[in-house]
Ligand binder design. Structure first.
Ligand code: FEO
Length: 403
């Protein structure tokens, strides 16, 4: 994509990535893509804020060339060291050795450990300002949004917040980079939530601290390092992030994540009965088959919804392994304080329930009931499952108990 001027002499120069399958080598983006947004301020002193993954480097450096002579660059602001934003640094250093790299003290250490860069690095302090001529940058430390070295950069005249991972989302650009030009905001909001839960949610407390720290700063544009540039309504993405961060410890939405796995369809039959019971109570339910759905897509529902029902059979005396992987990732992502229940089939001895309880014990999930059935569910079993689902839904609505 060509450079896009977001304010006078401030340009988006990012990379639109539609070729990577797994973000961080872990999270699927084959269908959605992602952008690595970088920005160039063309002033008396010339600065790039954030870089990009080492991908499409000819295109990346070509964008800079379209605005200014790359040999005249003065600064690179490294808000965050993760290689999706710093990957082209070594190449940049080769073609523009005069550039001074700006970052926190922790960034300085990471530049050495990730890239062997020890020269031409200048540490900036929290709140420090730097004049480029007509534009002034202010650096604000925001540790653990996403890594410990992370900061954001604020351009004081145009009131642009270069927020790096904060307020970012998956989703490559579909022609428009601005919120007011985007014709499918639902896609980006969904992908912002998935990105938040996959990448940032463990650091929800630092996210809330950063939002609080920046609350008095007037912002006309939020320019994150992934996803839309927010200039029509920058407060919208901030409020979404605040809401999602508060879900880490506060109340969540009155809905149910019904996550199931089934070897031969018996647990799936019961899942349909349980879902029917939930629906009868008009409680929203999101259903995921763990054998067909990557956990990346399940985590947002687990994060935002109050109730979790796990449907999974016994497998060799333990819980069905694909379900184990989902619950283990939920533990990695610290998805806590849920109302939970489980059902599943077994062939002869069971064992899944005990394993399930071991897995969710550290998550502080409150277990509100369980039941198992042998082999294929009978009509009576299915009626029980439907009632079980309805009872759980009433609990989630706040007017019932399960057993
Ligand atoms: Fe987009 Fe934490 O890197």
């Amino acid at each position: 994509m060509p450079p896009i001027e977001i304010k006078p002499n401030v340009y988006w120069i990012g990379v639109n990535d539609r070729t990577t399958d797994l973000f961080e080598g872990l999270w699927p983006i084959t269908q959605e893509g992602v952008s690595y947004n970088a920005y160039l301020i063309d002033d008396e002193k010339k600065a790039i804020i954030d870089l990009a993954k080492a991908l499409k480097t000819d295109e990346f450096f070509g964008q800079i060339d379209q605005v200014t002579d790359i040999s005249k660059l003065d600064y690179v602001v490294v808000n965050h060291m993760e290689p999706d934003h710093s990957g082209v640094l070594t190449t940049l250093r080769r073609i523009a050795p005069q550039v001074t790299i700006l970052g926190t003290e922790k960034t300085r250490a990471m530049l050495a450990s990730f890239y062997g860069i020890t020269e031409g690095v200048q540490v900036v302090q929290d709140g420090e300002t730097l004049s480029l001529g007509q534009h002034t940058l202010q650096f604000v430390y925001t540790p653990f949004v996403h890594w410990p070295e992370t900061m954001v950069t604020y351009e004081t005249g145009e009131q642009i917040l270069f927020s790096c991972d904060a307020f970012g989302s998956y989703g490559a650009f579909r022609g428009a980079i601005f919120d007011d030009e985007c014709i499918d905001p639902v896609f980006y909001e969904r992908e912002a939530l998935r990105y938040y839960v996959n990448i940032v949610a463990v650091f929800s407390r630092p996210v809330l601290k950063a939002i609080e720290k920046l609350a008095s700063v007037p912002v006309s544009v939020i320019a994150p390092s992934h996803g839309l540039v927010w200039r029509k309504n920058p407060g919208h993405i901030v409020e979404l992030y605040r809401k999602w961060a508060e879900y880490a410890t506060g109340p969540t939405e009155a809905g149910v994540t019904l996550v199931y796995g089934s070897m031969y369809g018996n647990t799936e039959k019961m899942m349909n009965a349980v879902a029917q019971g939930i629906s009868e109570e008009d409680v929203p339910v999101s259903i995921f088959d763990v054998t067909h759905t990557h956990v990346s897509y399940i985590l947002p529902s687990l994060w935002t919804q109050r109730g979790v029902i796990v449907g999974a059979p016994t497998y060799e005396g333990s819980l069905f392994p694909p379900m184990v992987q989902v619950l283990e990732m939920a533990a990695v992502k610290k998805i806590q304080n849920k109302q939970a229940a489980r059902f599943g089939s077994y062939g002869w001895s069971g064992g899944a329930q005990r394993h399930f309880e071991q897995l969710v014990e550290p998550l502080k999930w409150e277990l509100a009931g369980s039941f198992e059935f042998v082999g294929s569910p009978t009509e009576e079993d299915l009626r029980h499952g439907e009632a079980f689902g309805a009872q759980f839904a009433r609990l989630i609505k706040g007017d019932g108990e399960t057993g």
